[in-house]
Each structure stands twice: as structure tokens, then as C-alpha cells.
Write a protein that binds this ligand. Structure first.
Ligand code: ME8
Length: 510
């Protein structure tokens, strides 16, 4: 039986169209999912849309639509965007679906029956952008939300509360015992700090909104006058999409749950969600992995509310799905913020895809054609093959370790270390000179290089799925191993290559 892996993106708010930030997380999960499938695991990759709450109602009204119509449209745009970008989610959940509502009500009732939900009065600073009350620490010196740069509204209302305080010390103890539950490490420390702050101020979590203020939500099963607070509703998508209530389906997938998010939603995922799970009698997720922000002009977080975010489909239409994906995965150091600009993008793509990889492939195939010596798998290996094999062994170990750990940039860089060493072999052995002096060695070298190109293409499949598929087909490559660690593990067919598409074009602008 294959090992199972469950990976989730946040479910995105439908109050704006998909932008580059959403694309990043979804592409990162897709890259990881593809890697895991190739590594022999059975993957369940979940994404979706978060459709309830005040800000959706406001966005719908601004477009003159009912919330339901509006959600259908924008949710559809997210789904289409992921299809156009070639992403492979196994499920797309919407919080307005019955399968989700049912589970939210079931879990609410369970926690209510256990006495962990009670009625009370609450006054606080509510940020409509975050859809939650903010603490003083989350305001800047102008009293604005640090994420949305807008003053929160002071709201006072009767609400239902979840006894989060009861579970915070338990969650803290669990996290201290296993810090890898939240990673990279800095974010685990941040969660621990937030837990301490919440324990100190002694507040529980408000989990309802009166229908007099908001109707667009999931009704509380124990009070028809209230709907569920959107975060309490949304977080449950991770279990409602996993057949909660059907242990045969649910248990195995849930035991491997990996949630990927950006740091903007660390508090709901790192604090609310685990305490909710504990109260519902569900084990805590296996891992919460957190990345930083894509920053636009003046190093501001790219976001819909600041209006500085790029449209991923527009970019992909210009440079291709694979180039966009490659840039996002290679440029950001997972966990830290990264700058997004045209110049950074052009430099990265030219350096890695056009120069390192493109050049290696282009000159190797051109020489094979020019000197009419392959591809031919029967040729004896060149003397450089032993050196290449040694680098492949290192590659495999580094690649598997860093990919498993969500260090996309290092996994990709490990492949490029090999690609650059192959270019150096070409420069050092000069097949164009060998073609005049020693055709046997020239043939051995070029065919060894084709074999090595096949290997690096196999390793690049999760991050360049379209181009690698095209080239692996063109070169008629087969492999005994998904991630070979010797040249002998790959095979390719003998053929006369006549013409081939350009792998990656150098670009001046995007
Ligand atoms: O928060 N850089 O939805 P959302 C990197 N519905 N990632 C970014 C980004 C940026 N500049 N901007 C957005 C919500 N993202 C809730 C989630 S989950 C139960 C509910 C990505 O539409 C990143 O993944 O505001 C971030 O966490 C997410 O979009 C926020 O999406």
C-alpha cells in the first residue's frame, strides 16, 4: 500500500480575483503534490474557496449581485485559473456546499454538547479585512490593522464563545514536545508567543455573528438567530473535504494532513484550528508550513486590498506556465518574504532557464545533430560519466530531503548545481574540437550528456511539468527510477533528431 499524503492550500476569499499570492501557495502545493506522487506516495491535494462573511456580502453588493451569484462567479474564476495554470488539485471545496455546512454544524453541536461553547457579550476592534477582532498588538501606531492599513471598527454584541482557554495549555505542551508541527521554526516560536499572550489576556474565541448583522453564513445548530464566525466555518473545510464522519476514509488521510499558508493567517491556523480540533476530539494536523509574502513596489505585501498584486494568468500568458512556476518556486526562500518585480523575474528566468538549462539542452542536441552521432543509447559512457554519477548521488539525497521539508529553492538549486556542472563538462571537453580529433570520444561525450539531460529533466518534473513532459517525450526517455542516481538508470531511444522546440527563450521584458 502506498503511503498517503494530504496537502491543503488555504481556501481563498472570493471577494477578489486570484492574484499572484494565491497562485504562489497553490503552485507550491501543486509542486509538492507532484513531487510526492513521483516519490511513490498517494496524494490528496485540496484547495477551494471561502465564501461566507461580511466582506463577501459587501463585495457582492458592490457588483450588484446576490452573495450566492457572486460566489459562483469568483469561485469559478479560481477553479478556472488553477486549470489554466495546469494545476492538479484532487478536490475543490466551497464553504457554501452542503457537504461542508453539514460537517460545520456537526462539529459545532459536538463542541456545544461537551460544554465548550457558551453565550456571552463581546466588545472589540473588528477588522473586516481579517474577519476577526484584533488585539492592540495587531494595530500600527495610527491604530490601523497592520495588514489592511485600515482602522478596525469597535463592535459590541452578544455572541457564542468557544472555550479556547481550556485547550491553549494543551496545545502549547504538544507544540513544545514536537516543534516540527509548525515550520519553519520562526513561525513555531511566533505561535508559542501568541498562545502565551492569549493565555495572559484570558479571552475565549467568539464563534458566532448575530443574523441581525450578518445572514450570509452557516446557522448555529443550537441557536437559529446566529451564524457561524467565518474563520470557525472556513477552517473546518480541511476535514469536511476529507469525509469527516466516515472514519474509514477520514482517519488515514487526516493522519497525514499538511496545511500550507502564508504568515498572514498564522494565528487562525496555528492557534484557533488546533484548539478547535482538540475540542472536537480530532487529532491535530501533522504539519503547518508557513511561507512569507510576495512584496511589490516599496516592499509592500502584494494584496487585493492594496491593489498592487499581479494577475498570474496575464503573466503566464506572456511567459508560459512553467516559467511562472519556476520563478515563484525558485525565487522565494520558503518562509521568508521575496520581492516581485519584472527585473528580478527576467534575470532569474534568463539565468536559470535560458542560460543554464536552455543552453545545455540546445547545444547538446545541436551538436548531436550536426555530427550525426545520436542520440544513441548504445554508445559507451564518456570518462566524465563517473563524475556525473557522483554528483547525481548527492543530488538525489539533497533533493529528497529538501523537497520533503518544503525547501523548494534548495531542491531546485540542487538540480541546477548538476546542470551547471554539465555545462562545465561541455566547456572543458569541447565536443566541437573532439569532432575534428576524436569522433569516438565526441560521440561518447554527447550521448553521456543526453543521458544526463534526461536525468535532470526527470528531477525538474514537479517544477516544470509541461516542458519536461515535452522533452522527455521528444527524447523518448524511460527510467527505472523516478529519481535516478546513476546515468545507467535512464534509457532513451536511438533516433535522428531533426528539429525540436526551443526550451526557454531569453527575454528582455515580461
Ligand atoms: O485568508 N504573498 O483568504 P485570502 C504570499 N479565506 N502569499 C499570499 C499573498 C502574498 N502577497 N497574498 C495572498 C484567507 N497570499 C482565508 C483563508 S483558510 C481556512 C481561510 C496567499 O484570500 C497566502 O496563501 O486572503 C495567504 O495565506 C492566502 O493567500 C490568503 O488568502
Amino acid at each position: 500500500m502506498k503511503q498517503k499524503i494530504f496537502i491543503t492550500t488555504p481556501i481563498y476569499y472570493v471577494n477578489a480575483r486570484p492574484h499572484i499570492g494565491h497562485a504562489y501557495t497553490t503552485i507550491a502545493c501543486d509542486t509538492w503534490a507532484r513531487y510526492q506522487r513521483l516519490a511513490g506516495r498517494e496524494v490528496f491535494f485540496l484547495t477551494g474557496t471561502d465564501e461566507h462573511g461580511d466582506k463577501i456580502v459587501k463585495a457582492a453588493a458592490a457588483e450588484g449581485k446576490t452573495p450566492a451569484e457572486y460566489c459562483d462567479t469568483i469561485s469559478g474564476e479560481f477553479r478556472t485559473a488553477w486549470q489554466k495554470l495546469g494545476l492538479t488539485p484532487d478536490d475543490f471545496i466551497r464553504t457554501t456546499e452542503d457537504r461542508h455546512k453539514r460537517v460545520v454544524q456537526q462539529i459545532l453541536q459536538k463542541i456545544y454538547d461537551a460544554g465548550d461553547i457558551y453565550a456571552g457579550e463581546y466588545t472589540g476592534n473588528y477588522c473586516f479585512g481579517c474577519e476577526r477582532y484584533l488585539t492592540d498588538k495587531e494595530l500600527n501606531d495610527k491604530g490601523e490593522c497592520v495588514i489592511h492599513l485600515k482602522k478596525p471598527e469597535v463592535i459590541s454584541e452578544k455572541n457564542y464563545f468557544f472555550r479556547m482557554q481550556k485547550y491553549l495549555p494543551l496545545w502549547k505542551a504538544q507544540l513544545l514536545q514536537n516543534r516540527s508541527l509548525v515550520s519553519p521554526e520562526g513561525y513555531c516560536n511566533e505561535v508559542l508567543g501568541t498562545i502565551d499572550e492569549l493565555i495572559k489576556n484570558g479571552e475565549d474565541l467568539s464563534i458566532s455573528r448575530p443574523k441581525t448583522r450578518l445572514e450570509w453564513g452557516i446557522e448555529l445548530p443550537f441557536d437559529k438567530e446566529y451564524v457561524t464566525y467565518v474563520w470557525f466555518d472556513a477552517l473546518i473545510n480541511y476535514v469536511s473535504a476529507t469525509s469527516y464522519g466516515n472514519p474509514q476514509q477520514f482517519d488515514a488521510w487526516w493522519a497525514t494532513a499538511h496545511h500550507m499558508i502564508a504568515k498572514d493567517i498564522l494565528k487562525p491556523h496555528g492557534v484557533y484550528w488546533p484548539t478547535m480540533l482538540m475540542a472536537a476530539g480530532i487529532p491535530v494536523f501533522k504539519r503547518l508550513v508557513v511561507h512569507g509574502y510576495w512584496l511589490g513596489f516599496a516592499d509592500q505585501k502584494m494584496s487585493k486590498s492594496l491593489g498592487n498584486a499581479k494577475d498570474p494568468l496575464e503573466l503566464a500568458a506572456k511567459i508560459g506556465n512553467d516559467a511562472l512556476r519556476f520563478f515563484l518556486m525558485r525565487e522565494m526562500n520558503f518562509g521568508s518574504d521575496a520581492r516581485f518585480s519584472e527585473e528580478i523575474m527576467v534575470n532569474r528566468l534568463n539565468a536559470n532557464l535560458a542560460n543554464d538549462l536552455g543552453n545545455l539542452v540546445q547545444r547538446t542536441l545541436s551538436m548531436l545533430k550536426k555530427y550525426e552521432c545520436g542520440p544513441n543509447p548504445q554508445t559507451a559512457p564518456h570518462t566524465s560519466a563517473a563524475h556525473i554519477d557522483a554528483s547525481l548521488k548527492t543530488l538525489k539525497a539533497d533533493y529528497l530531503r529538501t523537497f520533503d521539508n518544503f525547501e523548494f529553492q534548495y531542491a531546485i538549486e540542487a538540480v541546477f548545481v548538476v546542470i551547471r556542472s554539465l555545462n562545465k563538462i561541455v566547456d572543458d571537453y569541447k565536443p566541437w574540437s573532439l569532432a575534428k580529433e576524436n569522433m569516438t570520444e565526441c560521440t561518447a561525450l554527447l550521448n553521456t550528456l543526453v543521458r544526463a539531460i534526461a536525468v535532470v529533466l526527470l528531477y525538474l518534473r514537479p517544477v516544470l511539468p509541461e516542458k519536461t513532459a515535452e522533452y522527455l517525450t521528444l527524447l523518448k526517455v524511460t527510467s527505472q527510477q523516478e529519481f535516478p542516481e546513476t546515468l545507467a538508470e535512464v534509457a532513451f531511444a536511438e533516433q535522428k533528431l531533426d528539429a525540436w522546440p526551443m526550451l526557454f527563450q531569453r527575454m528582455e521584458t515580461v
